[in-house]
Ligand binder design. Structure first.
Ligand code: NAP
Ligand code: GCO
Length: 264
């Protein structure tokens, strides 16, 4: 059974894995035996991430690139194939959010979010697929969201992108399943990372952020998730244990999507 979850001999690319959820997922895949390639845009983030991976004994190679730029993606994939020989597992994790009421959001701001959270997974997957098809095997994991299923104020661009990413996941699964390529989504709930830090900041009077209290009331587990909560589900979707799972969005949300919310 343990061999089912082994990633020994595999190469995994995790985009946007200099910190946060991507860093935790990359570390998990490494602990299961994979060699890691990761990217981000900021050189300082890349260098500090390499130190952090090294301190954990993770064999990681870092690539400075912006996933929204097709030419940078092509160059990165070429470099990884040259350096590491193949990509068995792709985790489309890099993502941004802009919390702006729709009526106040500019078209360019909307496009920037969709470019990063939806178009970029298309670009990176498109660059990785040809070799996976040749080798008749591959694992693609798209990092979706509660906003793949639910809306809320100020996140129209993000929800549109993450809803689209759910359907892109199902479409890749449909189109390439015949080549023994599985494409699934991982849908984190509310996770304590830099991306959600503004929603957890202590108020000037020292009280909890209203959103912090709100999310705890909407989560049966009565807590925020941590990036570590995603490690097991990521290894499952990256390993032979999920070879007949395709087009599925695995929500790791402490029960948010199942729960009407605590009575005030
Ligand atoms: P985060 O803390 O903001 O980290 C984002 C990572 O992506 C950083 O490493 C960042 O590095 C990189 N990145 C951003 N834009 C990039 C680009 N254009 N090209 C390459 N790298 C880029 O975010 P997170 O909370 O870990 O979230 C990771 C993923 O999970 C995102 O897709 C997010 O939407 C999703 N998610 C998050 C939560 C949550 O509650 N935190 C829940 C559900 C889903 P650089 O800035 O150096 O590029
Ligand atoms: C927000 C949060 C969420 C989380 C995550 C939930 O502002 O609502 O940032 O969108 O990032 O996507 O699954």
């Amino acid at each position: 059974m343990k061999d089912l979850f082994s990633l020994k001999g595999k190469v995994a690319l995790v985009t946007g894995a200099s910190y946060g959820i991507g860093f935790a997922i990359a570390t998990a895949l490494a602990e299961a035996g994979a060699k890691i390639a990761f990217n981000c845009r900021n050189k300082e983030h890349l260098l500090s991430a390499l130190d952090a991976y090294n301190a954990l004994g993770v064999d990681a190679s870092g690539y400075l690139s912006d996933v929204t730029k097709e030419e940078e993606v092509a160059a990165m994939i070429g470099d990884i194939h040259a350096d590491l020989g193949k990509i068995d597992i792709l985790v489309n994790n890099a993502g941004i959010i802009k919390r702006i009421p729709m009526t106040e959001m500019g078209a360019e701001e909307f496009r920037e979010v969709v470019d990063t959270d939806l178009v970029a997974p298309f670009l990176v997957t498109k660059a990785v697929l040809p070799e996976m098809i040749k080798r008749r095997q591959g694992k693609i994991i798209n990092i979706c969201s509660m906003m793949s299923e639910l809306g809320r104020e100020t996140v129209s661009a993000y929800a549109s992108a993450k809803g689209g990413l759910k359907m892109l996941t199902k479409n890749i699964a449909s189109e390439y399943g015949k080549y023994n390529i599985q494409c699934n989504g991982l849908g984190p709930g509310y996770i304590a990372t830099p991306q959600t830090a503004p929603l957890r900041e202590r108020q000037p009077d020292g009280s909890m952020h209203p959103f912090d209290s709100f999310i705890r009331a909407k989560t049966p587990a009565e807590r925020w998730g941590t990036p570590e909560d995603l490690k097991g589900p990521a290894v499952f979707l990256a390993s032979a244990a999920s070879d007949f799972v395709n087009g599925h969005i695995l929500y790791v949300d402490g029960g948010i999507l199942a729960y009407i919310g605590k009575q005030p």
